[in-house]
Design a protein around this ligand. Sequence first.
Ligand code: ATP
Ligand code: MG
Length: 422
Amino acid sequence: MKRSNPELIVGLDIGTSKVACIVAQSRGGREAEIIGVGQHPSRGLKKGVVVDIESTVQAITRAVQEAELMAGVQIHGAIVGIAGGHIRGYNSHGIVAIKNKEVSNEDVGRVMDAARAIVIPQDQNVIHILPQEFMIDSQEGVREPVGMSGVRLEARVHIVTGAVSAAQNITKCVERCGLQVQDLVLEQLASADAVLTADEKELGVCLVDIGGGTTDIAIFRDGAVRHTAVIPIAGDQVTNDIALGLRTPPVEAEQIKKLYGCALGDLIEQDDEIPVPSVGTRPPRTISRRILGDIIEPRIKELFELIQAELRRTGYEDMVAAGVVITGGSSKLEGMAELAEEILHLPVRVGEPMHLPGMETVVRTPGHATGVGLVMYGLHNQVASQAEPLQNPAIAARENHMDTSFGGVFRKMRSWVQTSFG
Ligand SMILES: Nc1ncnc2c1ncn2[C@@H]1O[C@H](COP(=O)(O)OP(=O)(O)OP(=O)(O)O)[C@@H](O)[C@H]1O
Ligand SMILES: [Mg+2]
């Protein structure tokens, strides 16, 4: 029989290629174990955004049912990912006078409020306010301001906003499945929590989640989020290029990509041959695998060149000492890390979700980075609210690299979503 369990943490990754539902059981503190995973192909999204509610609802229902069955529990709510080209990231800062010459929680709250006071387009709303660092008088780089003496408190933050309609549509889909949206979390931040190490975030790292519809970027330095961006090129384009280039149906092209695809032509043996089904009644052919490589390489090259341009434009190219970590389903393509290193001139590794135990054989794959990261976000949030309710918001928020227990941003976000649906 299914049991209802308040200790469950559920991550729901509604991607362009698949919907994944990951269920974890809290083991107390920061410990949790993954006990169920459900996955279903997704057809209702384009470039990370819901375009067909009915089929998205169906895919979510299937993925959730599968996860429920595996875990033997009933799911009532989930931490849900949000992504897409409508997401914007801004760096902002706020300044306030310290009230009693010693920074209090209230001062931190006020300075965060001051930092979030930026003008954003009317159709956008705030998803995250991520603290980067505090400054007290002229002292920079303060991480835990509470209790420190001074007269002027300054905060630097990264603000993530997203289209109101996109968030509403995701919420609508999830609620139609009878589930509550506990939080909406930017997908690359979830992925980052699942695959990056604390050292990498400290030294400087660029996380690149290459999915089906979009490639999502998050840059960390000194333990905080510095920049977020979305590039509208990912695995779907590669499949499309293969379908056109080899004149084969998209389903076959996807299969060929996964079985024989390689991002770096130099890694392919000269005499390597592969079978290609033709369109219509024509018989299948055999072609050189190098031809396939020649189709894939330029697209992936274009993607990494765009990432490089983004790193240069924002001035972070020389600041990501720990290099680049690629994740997402498309990072499984052979030769991805090698090609990325060639173009970016930075060390590149493929990141798999590694911080949570349980069901490793199913979950430890780059395609589940977001789903596992959403669970981790839920876990950290729960811990923050259980262990130190609003005690030191700056610490809690920084540890999660996400706005967590302070400021009520998420409460605002949730009430914004709820108000929108009456
Ligand atoms: N072994 C593989 N080799 C190459 N590509 C792969 C492999 N496995 C999966 N992919 C590609 O990964 C993509 C799906 O990745 P992922 O599951 O991370 O996407 P998603 O989260 O559903 O999409 P998005 O995040 O863009 O909304 C597809 O384009 C798929 O073809
Ligand atoms: Mg994804």
